[in-house]
Write a new protein. Structure first.
Length: 114
């Protein structure tokens, strides 16, 4: 996740229909970095684009995110993932949530250093 943010990728308010991690937009393509990374590690072909149905996302009521502040966008996404993880019965998805949250926290740390 951090790599895509640092390269100019944009974290979207939409989520992956498979793992529910935030989707990214990079070079005109929308995709899930979590699923792409999992597929890459397992030696499977990496899907570039993810087609997502239109749906609303459980965003915090008072979002502090602005286009000029990616740190707040990442914090909002982490908050959403934490809420979803509480009710998730599948341990594999919980692990994906935790990995995604860790990547988001790492991204914030990188942004604060630079």
């Amino acid at each position: 996740m951090a790599e895509y943010l640092l390269k100019g990728g944009k974290m979207l308010a939409k989520t992956c229909p498979v793992c529910h991690a935030p989707l990214f937009e990079y070079k005109g393509e929308r995709f899930c970095v979590v699923c792409a990374e999992d597929a890459s590690q397992q030696g499977e072909p990496v899907p570039v684009a993810v087609v997502t149905p239109e749906k609303t996302v459980d965003m915090p009521q008072k979002s502090s995110a602005t286009p000029s502040n990616p740190e707040n966008s990442i914090m909002d996404a982490i908050t959403i993932l934490c809420r979803r993880m509480v009710d998730e019965p599948d341990p594999t998805r919980c692990l994906i949530y935790m990995q995604t949250i860790r990547e988001g926290a790492h991204s914030i740390q990188i942004l604060r250093q630079g």
